[in-house]
Design a protein around this ligand. Structure first.
Ligand SMILES: Cc1cc2nc3c(=O)[nH]c(=O)nc-3n(C[C@H](O)[C@H](O)[C@H](O)COP(=O)(O)OP(=O)(O)OC[C@H]3O[C@@H](n4cnc5c(N)ncnc54)[C@H](O)[C@@H]3O)c2cc1C
Length: 388
């Protein structure tokens, strides 16, 4: 039997769940189809900046999510001896933009978003295998034999999106570096709660921040050739970072090997076409970006809100999706480009360029970086009202 809905969302990551909340609140008949038999948050911790918190506020889920998070007050870029290259106080930014920057476990973010989604909206174990945009409807076929007809469908199915592939969108490309990540118990005295640090060495970085009272989220990046593997992750990290400032060695050594994740950092070279006909893309499916500005999920939440408003105002129609695409294109291109540049800056190999980079952090680069963060967030907040 074929199910009929106004809006079918493919993928229940943060983007898909947020879009479902926005649409349901607007009275739209929406379902989210997720291939996993349960919701699983890949990755360890996540930072959400003021732009994302404004979306969570509008969706009515800011309070429970903030309650599970740790607010960050200061960011530091450090040298390997712990001296500070540049410090950034987040409080003035949080005041100006009316929302803080927080860190939390990914599982908590997904769990709270899913809890807010009304019963019956989220369909688990539903893997999209084919779709057709024909005859005034989108027809979606799932691996379990389920068939759905929707007035419009949204691909929020992540970096390897099947919906994007259907639209002829590009494949992700390798950035030149890998990211290691882990969550581990750690005393407040080693990583204080309001602080996020990122330490820069030759073509590698290590960072850490608390996600709650018990746990710290740490991450590291290394330039390595494409498709390389590593079955001794802690040993690799100890060799690269073990001589850096405290508590880096301790964090690496205290974390069990099986908790250390390692992924190639990949991205879409160009954001995909955000809408065509009755299909739209949002979040990583549309514009998977490098994680250097901590904005991928934040911008996906912005997409979700604007898409929700477009459909609420103009109906589940191709015209609404086109308005969404027009409102978002420039924004997502800019953040993806800035994030890529920030990554190149962080992963510099040449000793001379590194010296220039580190020297300029104390002078010219620091205010430029602070301005980049501020404008990224402020534009994000402003973009939420693009269709009002
Ligand atoms: C190392 C690293 C650190 C990061 N740190 C941050 C950060 O601090 N802050 C931040 O904002 N962003 C960060 N990001 C980016 C962030 O993780 C992503 O942008 C975000 O998770 C994307 O969410 P999404 O919902 O669009 O996609 P996803 O989270 O990928 O969700 C897609 C969902 O679709 C489902 N799916 C896929 N295919 C199908 C199918 N065929 N049928 C049905 N379901 C399907 C998947 O199972 C999944 O549940 C980071 C990324 C990396 C790699």
């Amino acid at each position: 039997m074929t199910e009929r809905v106004a809006v079918a969302i493919v993928g229940a990551g943060s983007t898909g769940l947020a879009a479902a909340l926005a649409l349901h609140a607007a009275g739209v008949d929406v379902r989210v189809y997720e291939r996993g038999a349960k919701l699983e948050a890949l990755g360890a911790g996540i930072t959400l900046w003021s732009n994302a918190l404004h979306v969570l506020r509008r969706l009515g889920v800011e309070e429970p999510i903030v309650a599970r998070s740790n607010e960050l007050h200061r960011g530091e870029t450090r040298r390997v001896d712990a001296s500070v290259l540049a410090g950034f106080d987040f409080a003035p930014l949080a005041r100006e933009l009316g929302a803080p920057c927080i860190a939390l476990q990914r599982a908590d973010l997904l769990g709270e978003l899913a809890r807010a989604v009304p019963a019956g909206v989220l369909k688990l174990g539903a893997e999209l295998v084919a779709l057709k945009d024909e005859g005034g409807d989108v027809e979606l076929a799932f691996a379990d034999g389920r068939r759905v007809r929707a007035a419009v469908a949204i691909g929020a199915d992540g970096i390897r999106s099947r919906v994007r592939a259907h639209l002829g969108g590009g494949e992700p490309v390798y950035s030149g570096y890998v990211a290691y990540r882990a969550l581990h118990d750690c005393a407040e005295s080693l990583v204080p709660s309001g602080l996020a640090f990122e330490t820069w060495g030759p073509s590698k970085r290590f960072g850490a921040l608390r996600v709650d009272r018990e746990r710290v989220y740490w991450f590291a990046t290394l330039n390595v050739p494409r498709d390389s593997t590593d079955d001794r992750r802690r040993a690799t990290l100890s060799a690269h970072f073990g001589s850096w400032h405290a508590p880096i060695r301790r964090l690496i050594e205290a974390t069990p090997e099986e908790r250390v994740l390692r992924h190639d950092v990949i991205e879409l070279a160009r954001p995909a076409e955000l809408a065509r006909g009755r299909l739209a893309l949002a979040g990583d499916a549309a514009h998977a970006m490098t994680p250097n500005l901590g904005q991928g999920a934040c911008v996906g939440l912005e997409d979700a809100w604007v898409l929700g408003r477009a459909i609420a105002r103009f109906g589940a129609t191709p015209g609404a999706l086109r308005r969404y695409a027009d409102a978002r294109r420039e924004r997502v291109e800019r953040v993806a480009r800035d994030s890529r540049r920030a990554g190149r800056w962080g992963q510099i190999e040449s000793p001379l360029l590194r010296w220039l980079r580190d020297t300029s952090m104390g002078t010219l680069a620091r205010p430029l970086l602070a301005r980049l963060v501020r404008t990224t967030l402020a534009r994000g907040v402003a973009s939420l009202d693009a269709l009002e």
